[in-house]
Design a protein around this ligand. Structure first.
Ligand code: HXC
Length: 261
């Protein structure tokens, strides 16, 4: 598929960079972007060499300033439902991608943009990042999973405040709230993202995938069953060459050479 609204590149072996590329609209998510996003995530999912994906927005003003208001304004209820379901499918594909997805938030991260960022596994932000769920300003609710994922991530009270007031939350506050993991000067964000990606890519690939799966599946399970599931993942790693190599390398005091097998 030739992409018109996103960029998909492999920056280094196994390290993908997925960029929402509509800078004139502050990377607003329209129907076409959501189709391309879903397709691109599928491409990454089918690559056995994939190790991590960085998700960002084009330009220096926005990660994504929300769903495309121009496109949405005359939707019928059923068109709104179809649009929402398309985004849910695309975001779910990021969440369930076997490899980690890290959002690099470089500016406005509003509405559907914030919903996209929190569908990634964690967020690195620039000092210019601004988060918000301003749907109430437009007379609508979130529709891309924001009301649900946000409260699971930062807790009910903080999510309620963001969703009810539409207030913009700057990078330092987002850091204090646990919405983002780290804040960097804007000029350093991409390098820091790549640094994190290289760190992930250097680890045992099967272990990284199973760890993501354990966290994703476990969050909606009761603790006992979630721990049983984790125990099964742990046992499964002992069927891999990577486990033998990782432990042998430790004993031999040398770096491990993982194969993802
Ligand atoms: C379409 C958008 C847009 C959006 C910005 N633009 N956000 N177009 N949809 N969400 C466009 C503007 O129309 C403008 O185009 C250009 O990007 C630059 O934006 P400006 O407003 O001129 O920039 P600035 O004054 O700096 O203000 C930046 C901003 C503001 C604060 C981010 O653009 C803004 O409030 N945007 C909307 C944010 C929002 O409400 N997002 C949530 C959407 S609802 P032109 O052609 O005029 O240059 C949502 C719900 C998801 O996401 C669930 C749905 C199912």
């Amino acid at each position: 598929m030739a992409y018109q609204n996103i960029l998909l590149e492999q920056k280094e072996p196994g390290i993908y960079l997925l960029t929402i590329n509509r800078p004139k609209s502050l990377n607003a998510l329209n129907d076409a972007v959501l189709d391309e996003l879903y397709h691109a995530v599928g491409e990454i999912a089918r690559d056995p060499g994939a190790r991590v994906v960085l998700v960002t927005g084009s330009g220096d003003r926005a990660f994504v300033a929300g769903a495309d208001i121009i496109e949405m304004q005359d939707f019928s209820a059923m068109e709104a439902k179809a649009f929402s379901e398309k985004a849910l499918r695309a975001f779910r594909s990021i969440e369930s991608l076997a490899v980690p997805a890290v959002a690099l938030v470089n500016g406005y991260c509003l509405g559907g943009g914030c919903e996209l960022a929190i569908s990634c596994d964690w967020i690195l932000a620039s000092e210019k990042a601004v988060f918000g769920q301003p749907e109430v300003n437009l007379g609508v609710t979130p529709g891309f999973g924001g009301s649900q994922r946000l409260q699971r991530l930062i807790g009910r009270g903080r999510a309620m405040e963001m969703l009810m007031t539409g207030r913009q939350v700057k990078a330092d506050e987002a850091l204090a709230w646990g919405l983002v993991n780290h804040v960097y000067p804007a000029a350093e964000l991409m390098d820091k993202g790549l640094e994190a990606a290289r760190m992930i890519a250097s680890k045992g690939p099967v272990a990284v995938r199973l760890t993501k799966q354990a966290l994703q599946l476990g969050q909606d399970m009761d603790l006992f069953n979630a721990c049983v599931m984790e125990s099964d993942s742990f046992a499964l790693t002992f069927s891999t060459r990577d486990q033998k190599e990782g432990m042998r390398a430790f004993v031999e005091k040398r770096p491990a050479r993982f194969q993802g097998k």
